[in-house]
Design a protein around this ligand. Structure first.
Ligand code: SAM
Length: 233
């Protein structure tokens, strides 16, 4: 059954009616060619008959977790959209000493963030959705991900590895987790705590990137490195 925003899109934008063909997917069963069976305008629901599977959901391979400091609204929403497009599997919002956005009305925000992620999933054609976890307050609460290569994306990590080199060194395919800071960066004290937890400090190059650029660049670099390691294995 299709309802909510997807119903609106199907009926009011795409003008689908009983008999129309469409492509549907859910996060469990892959992507299917389907035909509209019934349209209930009063209840705002649509049912479909599945005709043929087009793509199966990929088996769970190596996964990417992004731990990103919350940043101002528009940039945070851009970050969510782009991390979804690049293939991140889990997003953990982080509240640090220099986080400037207020975190209240969490439920309402979460609904909006989930909506942005859902639209990005549909737009980019991926068959899974990233999980958005509850915000974590304080870097001391973070733990490196069990079997993953854990990276601390840090503009002061001069003379150390670039992110893609560091991932290649750990040998893939392997889960990866990266952490990026807020607009004002991490404090020195936070940096010490993070590196003390075995997150390897890595650089994205000589320029200081904006917080959302750093997160999007990290996700892109890691998803490509991970894909390359899968193809080569
Ligand atoms: N502390 C800085 C300042 O205010 O000058 C900049 C912080 S930067 C805008 C936000 C985040 O992006 C940083 O905490 C870091 O995670 C990441 N970042 C930006 N440029 C980077 C680079 N060249 N290498 C690694 N990380 C970078």
């Amino acid at each position: 059954m299709i309802d909510g925003a997807d119903y609106n899109h199907a009926v009011n934008v795409l003008r689908l009616a009983p008999g129309s063909h469409l492509i549907v997917f859910n996060y469990e069963h892959g992507e299917w060619e389907a035909r509209v069976d019934t349209l209930d305008r009063a209840g705002a629901t649509l049912t479909v008959v599945l005709l043929k599977q087009l793509r199966a959901r990929a088996a769970n391979g190596a996964r990417i977790t992004a731990v990103c400091s919350l940043i101002k609204k528009d940039n945070w929403e851009l970050l969510l959209e782009k991390l979804t497009e690049t293939g991140v599997d889990t997003i953990i919002p982080l509240i640090t000493k220099r986080t400037v956005v207020e975190v209240k009305d969490t439920q309402k925000k979460r609904e909006r963030w989930e909506k942005i992620i859902h639209s990005a999933v549909k737009q980019c054609g991926r068959l899974t959705s990233p999980s958005l976890l509850d915000p974590v307050k304080g870097v001391e609460k973070l733990q490196p991900q069990g079997n993953a290569a854990n990276f601390f994306v840090y503009e002061k990590a001069e003379g150390v590895y670039l992110l893609d080199e560091a991932y290649a060194l750990v040998g893939g395919p392997r889960d990866a987790c990266f952490m990026t800071g807020p607009e004002g960066g991490f404090t020195d004290e936070e940096a010490d705590i993070i590196t003390g937890k075995n997150f390897r400090a890595v650089s994205l190059g000589d320029n200081i990137l904006r917080a959302e650029t750093a997160a999007i660049a990290s996700a892109t670099v890691l998803s490509q490195a991970l894909r390359r390691s899968v193809w080569k294995s």
